[in-house]
Design a protein around this ligand. Sequence first.
Ligand code: SF4
Length: 328
Amino acid sequence: MTDALFDAKPSLKKQNRLPLNPDAESKGRFPRWLHMPMLKGENLFSTDAVLKEYRLNTVCEEAKCPNRLECYSKKTATFLLLGKECTRACGFCEIDFAKTPKPPEEDEPIRISLSVKKLQLKHVVLTMVARDDLEDGGALHMVKVINSIRKENPGTTIEVLTSDFAGDLSSVDTVLKSRPEIFNYNIETVRRLTPTVRHKATYDRTLTLLSHIKASPEPTFVKSGLMIGLGETKEEVHETIRDLQIAGVDIITMGQYLQPSKRKLSVKEFILPETFKSYETYAYSVGIKHIYAGPFVRSSHNAAAILKIIHEKSLKADIISSYGNPTT
Ligand code: SF4
């Protein structure tokens, strides 16, 4: 990899790594707005115990997400489907790479749906590794999980955060037909940086996929997110916001990129909170209906706010009443 993003001096790379425990590290390594108190609380331990009992992977735990206590206490969690190994190796992502990961586990749908019930989750995000080794990219497996959650938990809303299914729109349709309340596919970064940040996914294919979801007859909110602080310019961020608006995206999330390990892309810039605010203002000015931008915003975060949107639009009731009582 020859991109300039990998050319930072070792000292800078070290400076930009996310400390495992910010309280135990020098406070000087991060700007003040990126310090967060250590996570504590009953919800964290009880949720961890249920996830272990059902042998489940969550992005919340895998990524040691700083927002997880807040999400757990608001009865939301993000499950990682189809294993912990991915057939891609994106420059920002710490998930392990494997050319042929293990086959999908037949009992994963029921294990997830029972844990949703036990945790009384009101909103579930289902995300997945990219499974380029499977013919449908794992779409049918995701549908089985959705159906099982609906059967066991009729009041829970579902958001999917998918791969691009290698550009196969019929796999996208497979998931759309199961009518998730929110369909999320992240653009991740601006056009110029996409080849470095994402390797296999392309900027234009992302926009095609988002437009396709928006044009679907199945009612769903379209969501997409990006990380900033990777060396993009203000004009490039504005261009991406406009492109997402043209593609029909309803909800944008935008957060600070943090380097998960030395092997991954280094942070180029810590973005000021007021700059995030200015991007929000810009997005609203070009017609984006909902944007959540801030240093700690992650694509699965803000579920409480998103639930409010769903209730305002009465989409949940419409989807659940017309979906009936699906079986796995
Ligand atoms: S496709 Fe998704 S899970 Fe796989 S490496 Fe890229 S970001 Fe990580």
